[in-house]
Write a protein that binds this ligand. Structure first.
Ligand SMILES: *Cc1c(COP(=O)(O)O)cnc(C)c1O
Ligand SMILES: [Zn+2]
Length: 405
């Protein structure tokens, strides 16, 4: 048995093939590249049961991850996050089989850590010494910290109004931190120039092929935690879209391995904020690609992405699974965050809250029916965004005061 069954890289647009032995960024045609594995060979030797005694993190799936030499793995124990029944909230919004995959419980506090662990391990394997990336915050934090562990120098550019904790995470890691007075797309332009002029490894969303491999493990875990029973609906807060593309890729791979049936795909839902909904607009118009969203703004910072380079892959995952895209309001995001805390005791991030707001709407519209098994992705810790919670009417006491409720 090999540690990894990685085979090659493939362009999903023009189908050009690339070697995985050397550094690759985008395809010649401008599309992101996807990692392919020798699944046919694996099919006969790799079984679900093999996972039983493995380490409780995402590297339990190492055969279908890209790192060939175990020594290159940079890990802080990320993955196998909690899978939680949301009984009280489910009852309230009439989805009794409502679950949450909780990515708050992971190093650095967001699921971006999955992409960082796999992306940086592979970068190390390929001999990368310096990388650069634009970020809305969480990815930069995860990549800066994991880069520090790998001994790779990281240059991180983020908007000035990204959650301030993520700025501190990068700073503390010793990475080169830059703030830009603009959006993630502006940060991207600056990183683009740096990469071009200095030949630094471009770790921007989907411009290297391995981040998605880390994120796809959310799909493997959901299925494993459901004992390989395919759920009906998975809702995902979609920004750059790597998570949803990854979950779709994971499902196709599991089908190819013969671990889940080919005749039932979960319907994937891309959830966006009303003030930044390019994927929703494209989906409503049945387009293959999205258009740049003007004046994007939402408190759910991780999904404040006006134009995603992998938009066509996100849309494909929706069309192919009979899924949909839906936008939710800022008020509904905050309301859902409060409901989850009050009913379920979990302080989730606004992006995660958006998926619960969307589930409620889709149930009202009958797009989700009462008997369906529905999974919401909470992509990060609520405590990374403390300023979002406004506290009103908290009594201030004097030491001699008494309280009676
Ligand atoms: C980045 C991010 C998202 C969006 O993820 P994509 O995979 O880029 O679509 C959602 N939630 C949080 C908390 C994030 O940091
Ligand atoms: Zn191509």
């Amino acid at each position: 048995m090999h540690y990894s069954y990685i085979s090659h890289l493939e362009c999903p647009k023009c189908h050009e093939i690339y070697s995985q032995e050397v550094i690759q960024q985008l395809c010649e045609c401008g599309s992101p590249l996807l990692v392919r594995y020798k699944l046919n060979e694996l099919k006969t030797t790799f079984n679900k049961e093999d996972l039983k005694n493995r380490e409780n993190n995402l590297w339990r799936y190492h055969e279908i991850l890209p790192v060939k030499n175990k020594e290159n793995i940079i890990s802080l124990g990320e993955g196998m996050t909690p899978f939680i029944a949301m009984e009280k909230l489910g009852k309230k919004i009439l989805i009794p089989n409502l679950y949450m995959k909780d990515e708050g419980i992971i190093p650095t506090g967001s699921f971006k850590t999955r992409g960082a662990s796999v992306g940086i391990s592979k970068a190390k394997e390929l001999g990368v010494e310096q990388l650069a990336m634009p970020t809305n915050g969480n990815a930069g934090a995860a990549w800066a910290l994991y880069s520090a562990r790998a001994g790779i120098k990281a240059t991180i550019v983020m908007p000035v109004d990204a959650p301030s904790i993520t700025r501190r995470e990068v700073y503390l890691s010793g990475g080169n931190l830059y703030l830009v007075d603009g959006l993630i797309s502006d940060a991207g332009k600056i990183v683009g120039k740096l990469v071009k002029e200095k030949g630094i490894y471009d770790a921007s969303t989907l411009k290297e092929p391995y981040r998605i491999e880390g994120k796809k493990t959310m799909g493997y875990e959901i299925l494993e935690q459901l004992n390989w029973e395919v759920p009906d609906v998975i809702l995902y807060p979609t920004g750059g879209g790597v998570g949803i593309i990854g979950i779709y890729k994971a499902i196709l791979e599991l089908i190819e391995l013969g671990w889940i049936p080919a005749n039932k795909l979960p319907r994937l839902v891309a959830v966006q904020a009303e003030n930044c909904a390019p994927i929703v607009k494209a989906w409503e118009e049945r387009k293959a690609e999205s258009q740049l969203w003007q004046n994007a703004q939402t408190s759910a910072f991780g999904i404040n992405v006006p134009k995603a380079i992998g938009d066509f892959l996100v849309l494909e995952s929706l069309y192919k699974t009979n899924g949909c895209a839906i936008a939710v309001s800022e008020a509904d995001i905050l309301l859902a965050q409060k409901e989850v805390a009050e009913l379920e005791g979990n302080f989730i991030c606004p992006e995660g809250a958006a998926t619960f707001a969307a589930a409620k709407l889709l149930r009202q519209q009958q797009w989700i029916s009462e008997d369906e098994k529905v999974i919401c992705l909470n992509t990060g810790q609520g405590i990374k965004y403390p300023e979002l919670v406004e506290i009103e009417n908290v009594p201030i006491l004097q030491p001699e005061d008494t309280i009676n409720r």
